[in-house]
Design a protein around this ligand. Structure first.
Ligand code: SF4
Length: 227
């Protein structure tokens, strides 16, 4: 297990303000800038991962160090590899401790936007760390609950957390009964070496999504359907 806790990040205030629809020079802008300054001072994003090895692959399942995951897409993605990197990346609990008092929806939205930006920086840090440390030129990830519900069911967060062992505790992330994670700006998943581009969006049929990162791939989606 390895924990990365010294993750440097920068927040682009004008860019964030644009995304939050905050007009430069306004009263809201001054408040928003104060939020960004607070976040920069207190945020401690973290990433933790393990190097793990696959025991067994069946038609719809992959068993990793005794823990079985059921997902035809995961199985297909892991066909060429024997080693994977289960991971957690989080914006860190510190940002929850300094969150604006509940009740103001606009401020809560701003804070969530800032937390998401900190998380994005931490994800980049982990990907770069894995590339350098394990000489992995290209990796992709799958995350329970991403894309169509049955691609990799969110309930398998349980198995993923079991595989992560001490990582959740070390990075301060909790899994709730409904399989959500606290802090909310946290990503869990399995990263793997690959030569092809893979994004869960390719097997997600959601018609409108502001975060779509790749077009729906009809052929790939058909390849994971049961007869
Ligand atoms: S299209 Fe949107 S909902 Fe679907 S996997 Fe991509 S980001 Fe997630």
């Amino acid at each position: 297990m390895e924990v990365l806790s010294k993750i440097r990040f920068e927040l682009d205030t004008p860019q964030l303000m644009k995304r939050a629809h905050v007009v430069s020079g306004s009263r809201d802008a001054a408040e928003f800038e104060r939020f960004v300054q607070t976040a920069c001072a207190v945020a401690r994003p973290k990433a933790g991962y393990r190097e793990a090895f696959i025991d067994d692959k069946r038609e719809d399942t992959v068993t990793i160090e005794g823990i079985t995951f059921t997902s035809r897409m995961l199985r297909q993605n892991l066909e060429p590899v024997e080693r994977v990197f289960p991971y957690l990346v989080t914006c860190g609990r510190e940002l929850d401790e300094f969150a604006p008092p509940s009740g103001d929806f606009l401020e809560a939205f701003w804070w969530d936007l800032i937390k998401a930006e900190v998380l994005t920086a931490a994800v980049k840090h982990l990907v770069e760390h894995l590339r350098r440390r394990f000489l992995l030129p290209k990796t992709a990830t799958m995350n329970p609950g991403s894309g169509d519900a049955d691609v990799w069911p969110i309930e398998q967060q349980r198995e993923l957390f079991a595989l992560l062992g001490e990582v959740p505790k070390q990075v301060g992330v909790e899994l709730t009964e409904s399989y959500l994670m606290v802090p909310n700006k946290t990503i869990s998943g399995i990263r793997f070496a690959t030569e092809r581009d893979f994004r869960s969006c390719q097997v997600c049929q959601r018609p409108v999504c502001p975060n779509r990162a790749a077009a729906f791939d009809e052929a790939l989606w058909a390849s994971i359907q049961h007869d």
